[in-house]
Design a protein around this ligand. Structure first.
Ligand code: ADP
Ligand code: MG
Length: 314
């Protein structure tokens, strides 16, 4: 096997029309490699196709076209082995309300054909902090406990690859920390981790590599460091007081744009030049200022920037 835990080529998904929902193209020819041993982030806005991709990996959604190789096993050629290599914590809380956590883990292990002697139910209950609740009905568990149980279920068959679909959307800080601790430890023990999130900061902290997906297409794929470097832009916004001099001499690496409201927006890279230097240059040029503010990019800016360059290339 090469060093990719997952290899995806030309992956397409079209959801058929149903009722008054028209046909939906959710994935448009995705190519993606996830290196073995990494914590890999799949980032994208709502409706981008993240869950569709993950559910295809999990074998829960049938792809329309393309090739998916999980731990060296082609999903179509070796469906059992590819399924056994991956554990998925889904986005939705789909638990049987009448199962206790212990029963849910045992049933899941049974589904994956894990022999009784190799089951680690107690160990998993301990890890997800549900030892005390082992015999409680799922319907009596809090939302956070149910999420933890979903994590446990994803782990019963000792998968090589763990996939978490928006594990921290709407969860409290404590659960979030607990999840990340577990994820880090599992990764240190050699497990490849794939997670989706729409929190850029979280992806930045957790992931070695990131793919950004939008409208069913991968629009960027890089190490986190390189992507964050790309997002290094900063903007100084100045509302001028009076006339703007014609010959504003700007330091190298600073570009200026006039906004509709009359403000001047000076863009530069944080890593290359300090805000103070930009401000000084503008002041030296004789520009009087009524108001000064800075803007830092967020994930949305990155999306806007990336999709804009896509349009330009097309
Ligand atoms: P994400 O997880 O990034 O929010 P999804 O993969 O859930 O995105 O959805 C991608 C697109 O596919 C969306 O437009 C969504 O409405 C559509 N979609 C998802 N699941 C289904 C389904 N079962 N039937 C029809 N359309 C779907
Ligand atoms: Mg989703």
């Amino acid at each position: 096997m090469d060093s990719n835990a997952i290899q995806i080529r030309g992956l397409e998904k079209v959801y058929a029309a149903a009722g008054n929902h028209p046909e939906k193209v959710a994935l448009k020819g995705v190519d993606l490699d996830v290196p073995e041993g990494s914590i890999f982030g799949l980032l994208g806005p709502n409706g981008a196709g993240k869950s569709t991709l993950i559910n295809i990996l999990a074998g829960l959604v049938i792809k329309t076209a393309g090739k998916v190789t999980i731990w060296g096993f082609d999903q179509d050629v070796n469906p059992r082995q590819s399924r056994a290599s991956i554990g998925v914590m889904p986005q939705e809380l789909n638990l049987d309300p009448f199962f206790t956590p212990r029963a849910a883990l045992e049933v899941q292990a049974g589904l994956y054909g894990v022999p009784k002697s190799q089951r680690r139910t107690d160990e998993i209950l301990e890890m997800i902090g549900l030892t005390d609740k082992a015999e409680a009905y799922a319907r009596s568990l809090s939302g956070g406990m149910r999420r933890r149980l979903l994590l446990g279920k994803a782990l019963v068959h000792h998968p090589r690859i763990l996939v978490l679909d928006e594990p921290t959307a709407g969860v409290d800080i404590e659960l979030r920390n607990m999840l990340w601790q577990n994820v880090r430890r599992l990764n240190e023990e050699g497990m490849t981790i794939i997670l989706t999130t729409h929190y850029l900061e979280e992806a930045e902290q957790m992931c070695d590599e990131i793919a950004i997906i939008n409208h069913g297409e991968v629009i960027a794929r890089d190490t986190t460091a390189a992507l964050v470097g790309r997002m290094d832009g900063k903007t100084l916004v100045i509302h001028p007081d009076g006339d703007v001099p014609d010959d504003l001499h700007l330091p190298a690496g600073v570009t200026m744009e006039k906004r509709r409201d009359g403000a001047l927006a000076f863009s530069y890279r944080r890593g290359e030049i300090g805000t103070g230097a930009v401000l000084e240059a503008v002041r030296d040029a004789g520009l009087r200022m009524r108001d000064v503010a800075t803007e830092e990019p967020d994930l949305e800016d990155v999306f806007v920037a990336l999709t804009r360059s896509d349009d330009a290339a097309a």
